[in-house]
Design a protein around this ligand. Structure first.
Ligand SMILES: *Cc1c(COP(=O)(O)O)cnc(C)c1O
Length: 222
């Protein structure tokens, strides 16, 4: 397993373009596997449950950059605010306000990505394009200086249809460009396009991703 994880990380780093950052998604995988990936040089990890993340944070080296990638309940922000590096899936103003509040409390700026709902399934979280436009237009986010909006995140439809997946990522990228021109043209911090998982990251990279979130293809020996 040790060799497998190191080898997969190496392969991924060799195949990803230089401008694409790999988030190794370690949710549900044991601390030993994260430590193995760490020894192989990986420093950026993604988790999607606050409690599991806090346990791993405490057990593992402190130079790991932890990203929160899943749905986050506002009442859990306080547990991760002292150390979280980036929150990928902000899907409400309520959550953004809470991140700002906790960031202020801990005197840490916590970069945030807005989660877009582009997939066809109804169950997934995230802003619709129009709800996201409305939120940005309303403008309150500008005052939340401890929770700056630094990009867009999405998940593609759960399907084998490659063209539909591509369409979802294209929609997200088009939206990212629109929002960047409208609200962030003078702001270089708005720069993250977080899409692509084990099954679809090559399509995601083709369609403008610069953060990919890959778990099972690193941590699960086939
Ligand atoms: C689990 C998860 C991933 C990684 O999925 P894999 O198929 O294991 O690569 C990426 N993004 C989110 C939001 C996840 O919850």
């Amino acid at each position: 397993m040790e060799n497998y994880i190191a080898q997969r990380l190496q392969e991924l780093h060799n195949s990803l373009p230089k401008h694409v950052e790999l988030v190794a998604v370690s949710k549900y995988y044991p601390i030993e596997d994260v430590a193995t990936a760490y020894r192989a040089g990986q420093r950026v990890f993604g988790e999607s449950r606050a409690q599991e993340l806090c346990e791993k944070y405490q057990a593992l080296p402190k130079d790991i950059q932890w990203h929160f990638i899943g749905h986050l309940q506002p009442n859990k922000v306080k547990y991760i605010a002292p150390f979280i590096k980036l929150i990928h899936a902000v899907d409400s103003m309520k959550l953004l306000r809470e991140i700002d509040k906790q960031g202020r409390k801990y005197q840490r700026v916590i970069p945030c990505l807005l989660q877009l709902h582009v997939a066809q399934e109804e169950t997934k979280y995230g802003f619709s394009l129009q709800a996201c436009r409305d939120m940005l237009q309303e403008g309150e986010w500008r005052e939340l200086s401890y929770a700056p909006i630094c990009g867009i995140m999405c998940m593609a439809s759960h399907t084998d249809d490659v063209e539909r997946i591509r369409d979802d990522f294209r929609t997200a990228h088009g939206f990212y460009e629109e929002v960047r021109e409208t609200y962030f043209h003078d702001n270089l911090d708005f720069r993250y396009c977080s899409w692509g998982m084990s099954s679809d990251y090559t399509i995601a990279v083709d369609e403008g991703a610069n953060l990919v979130r890959i778990g099972s293809s690193i941590f699960e020996c086939p």
